[in-house]
Design a binder for this molecule. Structure first.
Ligand SMILES: Cc1cc2nc3c(=O)[nH]c(=O)nc-3n(C[C@H](O)[C@H](O)[C@H](O)COP(=O)(O)OP(=O)(O)OC[C@H]3O[C@@H](n4cnc5c(N)ncnc54)[C@H](O)[C@@H]3O)c2cc1C
Ligand code: SF4
Length: 253
């Protein structure tokens, strides 16, 4: 089930069929009702925070920072978006699954957008203009004021950390831990280098290498740079060569 425990309310909110306050009040009323006793305060707070917190925060950033925000590109990324974002034809099962679902249902939940499609685009160095165009074209809830701040800011860190406190990147380890995608994949999530090595692994370390200056100065992610520095020169070279090899064949992964 693609929506898991998510509400699927963003389309109705963004098209103004529902008012955010109406949704928040309904959730609170339900949690306080006799039949809502099973709803914990943490569950209620988490839901209200998405709407009152994140959604309004995105709106505030948009109105305060546009139109300049639309051309920010902190990392100077220039690569083209791989064709498989429009076809879902890739052997990387996480991307295949999330993109297929996005193309057919016009929906993906937040972590699919952030940690699968967004994570890969950031690690692969895709031009944020192209990433923006894709998210704006694909999702039923895509309205520029909320799409662009999530995409350029939260997911691509193109604003240099105005919205997000760190770049949201991960290797295959996180994807394996948080999903069942890796069990049915052509690539091997544990393997960093070689024919079946998961592309997220070498891309991740090549990203850390390329952007070490930004990352080393951020206490939330500086540890990644220290781990990279502790690797042997041979291991680092192999990872960088693997990433170059995959980057040259992006459309065929
Ligand atoms: C790269 C990227 C692009 C995104 N593009 C959009 C977009 O175009 N339009 C959009 O509405 N959301 C976008 N989001 C935010 C979020 O992913 C969606 O709001 C959410 O997945 C919608 O599904 P839902 O209604 O089931 O949400 P739930 O998980 O049930 O959350 C409840 C509500 O909280 C609000 N909300 C939660 N997180 C956010 C957030 N980060 N920003 C704004 N509102 C939030 C939404 O209105 C949502 O309906 C994007 C996130 C990422 C990482
Ligand atoms: S092995 Fe890599 S490409 Fe395959 S599903 Fe896992 S993270 Fe994605």
């Amino acid at each position: 089930m693609s929506s898991l425990f998510h509400s699927l309310l963003s389309f109705a909110l963004n098209t103004k069929m529902l008012h955010p306050m109406e949704v928040i009040q309904a959730a609170i009323a339900r949690a306080r009702s006799a039949s809502g006793q099973a709803v914990s305060i943490e569950q209620l707070e988490g839901f209200v925070r998405q709407i009152l917190g994140w959604r309004e925060y995105m709106r505030g950033i948009y109105w305060a920072r546009m139109p300049d925000y639309a051309s920010l590109n902190h990392f100077g990324h220039t690569a083209g978006l791989p064709d498989f974002y429009w076809t879902a034809e890739t052997r990387m099962n996480c991307l295949h699954t999330v993109i297929s679902q996005s193309l057919t249902q016009a929906y993906a939940h937040h972590i699919q957008r952030l940690m699968i499609t967004g994570n890969f685009a950031l690690l692969a160095g895709i031009d944020p203009d192209e990433v923006d165009r894709w998210y704006l074209g694909i999702y039923m809830d895509a309205v520029q004021w909320v799409e662009i701040v999530n995409t350029r800011g939260m997911s691509q860190y193109a604003d240099g950390g105005l919205v997000a406190t760190k770049p949201y990147i991960s290797s295959a380890n996180y994807i394996h831990k948080m999903s069942d995608y890796c069990d049915r994949c052509h690539y091997r999530w544990r393997i960093p280098v070689g024919t079946r090595a998961c592309p997220f692994n070498s891309f991740y370390w090549a990203f850390v290498h390329r952007h070490r200056q930004t990352l080393a100065g951020n206490p939330r992610v500086a540890m990644m740079v220290r781990t990279w520095d502790r690797m042997s020169a041979g291991k680092r070279d192999a990872l960088l060569a693997q990433a170059d090899h995959y980057r040259a064949a992006l459309n065929t992964l």
